[in-house]
Ligand binder design. Structure first.
Ligand SMILES: Cc1ncc(COP(=O)(O)O)c(C=O)c1O
Length: 352
């Protein structure tokens, strides 16, 4: 019997973030399976070895997987793998790596970021060109990589054609492509495509693959898709503090997610809950759904005082203080009843 005490109500859920959710029961089962006995540490264990095959099935035979603990860590490792000391990466201004990682890429990776204003969280070849210049000019950090987020921080998705066009454009200019896939599964579910179809086949060089937001716990991975163009990243992972010693527990979670279809079941469900929420909320007078719902997030504009009252019952974040735009995130464990209760409360508060 544990001495730990349950300190929260496991029946209470909100819409603040998909990482407020717990761990999927099948993943907890996998963790128990990997427990007991001794296994070698730092990634030479049997679970991590088996993971190579699991990722190869999704991302192609040449894919190489490096489990890490956080999405920020995955981004920092992946971007360093693409860039020399004088290199820079072009991102949307809203990209997590630019806006929400406390300068980790700059501080830990020594990377220069060139952010470009993007209305919907997406880059286009034209937007990339705003920063893709100054090659050979000694005074300018050299733009040698582009980083996309899929699905984006605004809940939007790139189509496969859009990703391919960006990859072709970047490669034509001698740049490599990183894809921040903290919610890659949600994008694949939305597009009705495989994980490899929207990355490897479209020309992406390296992926930060997200597990935590899709039912895992501290389990993400760097996935190298073009190993012939990317140097050995083993040392980068350790020097960036992302080499987990008991790696079998990270790897077994990723296996539980990807060996079968848990990744897709969870993502389809979270996306469906977001659609249910947006559809119902859009019918309420005074509430405006601000962006296309293409993954598991809903962005809405409503009076700030209503948002204030509502979040006392259902936590969620304000996305933009200046416009009153809020973000409602759904997770693998969001239930239709959660959504309906939230919409009912929203309706009541709008009338109050
Ligand atoms: C798009 C995106 N990338 C990366 C991260 C970073 O993940 P972590 O919080 O595990 O460092 C997040 C987390 O919110 C995210 O939304």
């Amino acid at each position: 019997m544990t001495d730990a005490v349950r300190r929260h109500d496991p029946e209470v859920r909100g819409f603040a973030s998909d990482n407020w959710a717990g761990v999927h029961p099948e993943v907890l089962e996998a963790l128990a399976l990997a427990n007991g006995g001794h296994q070698t540490s730092y990634g030479t264990d049997d679970y991590t070895e088996a993971l190579q095959h699991v990722f190869a099935r999704h991302f192609g035979e040449r894919a190489q997987v490096y489990p890490v603990a956080t999405g920020t860590g995955a981004n920092v490792v992946a971007l360093q793998a693409l860039l020399p000391r004088w290199g820079a990466v072009i991102t949307a201004d809203t990209a997590h790596v630019n806006a929400d990682e406390c300068g980790a890429a700059e501080k830990v990776g020594g990377i220069k970021i060139y952010p470009v204003e993007s209305p919907d969280g997406k880059l286009t070849p034209e937007l990339v060109d705003r920063q893709s210049w100054g090659r050979g000019h000694e005074h300018r950090a050299q733009p040698l990589a582009v980083s996309l987020t899929q699905s984006t921080e605004m809940g939007t998705c790139y189509s496969i054609e859009e990703i391919r066009a960006l990859c072709d454009h970047a490669h034509d200019q001698g740049m490599m492509v990183h894809l921040d896939g903290a919610r890659l599964a949600n994008a694949a579910a939305h597009l009705g495509a495989g994980l490899g179809e929207i990355t490897t086949d479209a020309g992406v060089d390296i992926v930060s693959f997200g597990g935590t937001k899709n039912g895992l716990m501290m389990a993400e991975a760097v996935v190298v898709l073009t190993p012939e163009r990317i140097d050995e990243i083993t040392y980068l992972r350790m020097s960036s503090t992302q080499l987990v010693s008991k790696m079998r527990f990270v790897s077994v979670q990723l296996e539980a997610l990807l060996a079968g279809n848990l990744w897709l079941r969870n993502a389809l469900h979270a996306n469906a809950m977001a659609t249910r929420l947006a559809t119902a909320a859009a019918r309420i007078e005074g509430v405006r759904i601000a962006r296309p719902v293409q993954s598991n997030g809903v962005f809405a504009v409503l009076p700030p005082e209503v948002a204030e009252r509502l979040r006392k019952r259902f936590p969620f974040h304000t996305w933009d203080e200046s416009t009153g735009e809020v973000r409602w995130m759904c997770a693998f464990d969001t239930t239709p009843q959660d959504v309906d209760a939230f919409v009912e409360a929203l309706e009541t508060e709008m009338r109050a």
